[in-house]
Design a protein around this ligand. Sequence first.
Ligand code: ADP
Ligand code: MG
Length: 684
Amino acid sequence: MTQLSDIKAFSKPLIANLAKLGIGNLQALLLHLPLRYIDETHITAIRDLRMGESAQVEGEIVHAEVSYKPRKALIARLEDASGQLTLRFLHFYPSQIAALKVGAKLRVYGEVRSGFFGYEMIHPTCKAVGEQTVVAETLTPVYPTVAGLSQPSLRKSIRIALAQDALAETLPADVYANLHLPSFAASLQALHNPSPEVNLQALDNKATAHWRRLAFDELLAQQLSMRKHYARRRSVSAPQFAPSKQLVSALLKNLPFALTGAQQKVALEIERDLTQPHPMQRLLQGDVGSGKTIVACMAALQSIENGWQVALMAPTEILAEQHYRKMLGWLMPLNIQIAWLTGSQNKKDREAALESIANGEAQLVVGTHALFQEAVQFKNLGLAIIDEQHRFGVHQRLALRQKGQPKDSNQNLHQLMMSATPIPRTLSMSYYADLDVSVIDELPPGRAPVVTKLVSDTRRDEILQRVREACLQGNQAYWVCPLIEESEALQLATANDTYALMQNEFPELKVGLVHGRMKPVEKQAVMAEFSAGFLQLLVATTVIEVGVDVPNASLMVIEHAERMGLSQLHQLRGRVGRGATKSTCILLYQNKLSETARTRLKVIFESNDGFAIAQADLQIRGPGELLGARQSGVPMLKIADLERDVDLLETAKAMADQLLKKHPVEVERHLDRWMSSAGELVKV
Ligand code: ADP
Ligand code: MG
């Protein structure tokens, strides 16, 4: 791969500046594409300017002053044969005052707005007009850049790069046969130097055939890279677990409910994976309350029946504890040995747990992050189940995987990852293409949907009354404290204050408090009391967001709901509506809502469907936030847009595996081009 230092025209300081942009080689420079374009190909007469459009105007300064009212500004009038235009600068340097003196001939470019004295431009770019100034022949690209690297020198660097004969196709021609897209070379030339005939808006919106060609290449590179990782992990061996003959049916026989069709379907997919001689890499998705835990338990039993240990890991102590209890309830009757491991255990319990894990007595180990610490040695770990996988970082999952890998073999363990934050289809097709995905798309029968209400904080008294009535009728309620992201201390104070207020407000009720800074044992004690129905009202921070399952709780009040993200609200709301009682979730908001907050709350108000909510979240916030920890391991798409380019995504996905098999050399060439600037890749 050609490095920039191999090209004579590039000086050391220029290379250093380009490096700041993450550009280390020729291909990365070529793929440094414009953010937007400006049209300096012709000059517009002032009379013909139109509001809201960007235009280039040429004329002479006929008036200039620094005015101080209403605030300090440099104001000039530019005149051409057809009229006058105001130029306004709110920040300016002495050099600009000098450049805008009366009599100066300037060419300015900016967006036309209506001002006090007719049309004006705020902070236009200005160039002195000399004898030989010519208009541009192509639209002018504007690139992302850093301080110290000007647009002109970036443009010049790219012009040199384009002349290096490095624009050959990477993949066989038949890949593009039915797509009717221009070549890579033509696309890059066109995007770096677009002709004035191209529609500027289409170009800015990445809606031209040239952009589409590059979007496709990028999506294909993503697919190829992720499928390559998938194939590599699949090429190692893993223990094969025959389908369970006794334990699973014994478990199901004891259950008070029957599995839903969706649960049966995904359970079968997992069962089949575990019979294979290579490691399972499956993501189990299902909305909150869809019943993922029992499916995970069935997988665990298949492993245990085949003589292998299972680790079940959850991101919080509350959730791990709850899983532990649930597993005890389900598996004790089957005589399965379960160990429990968290960071907060006392030394004696911990040592006992570690020993039973090491000698293989513990068939199932439930715990938190503590599970992948150094000291934990499994005898023969065959399956790792990771709940709420997006809460764990890539590295933590990697560490756990290594636990199942005896040093001298390339045997690997099976992994089942679970997530209650539904992943929109386009995301799971792209950023999750290195996993197999199962979806539980059906809730257990008899769940009445949670009724959601949006209530202004001014009606707090009514809400308090409602909480009182619900609790006195034998139901239980959550009161979720506002999220204060800036300060953990403030968050804690707020939780304590709310707790005091509630105790004061409801002397007739038993009120509990749970927050993130409590000791795990304290947290567990409170949760146990709430589960048992001893507490009627639980004041909580968002620590209860994941997984908490108390079916008798049927009312939830969330304060300052406008501060929370969509999936967070959906998760929180999922804590109620888990039993037979009709449940309500009240979102309290402050009256002054921002536009985004209003949009968000509307989505959560209108929909109970986690997938629809995740889809809306994707549109409001973009993929970065939804990806969470995963983001750190996967290069983000820079050109393609999952919604706009979904057809290209589907095509790329359909051809990736075949390409890897048939054209490995070309695939590497394609990945070299596209991944050279992308940084770290997926490691899970
Ligand atoms: P999640 O998918 O959010 O982790 P859980 O596994 O905690 O959901 O299940 C939610 C509740 O539904 C639990 O109390 C569980 O025992 C119960 N449940 C699971 N499957 C079924 C089913 N098929 N019918 C009735 N209840 C079920
Ligand atoms: Mg769960």
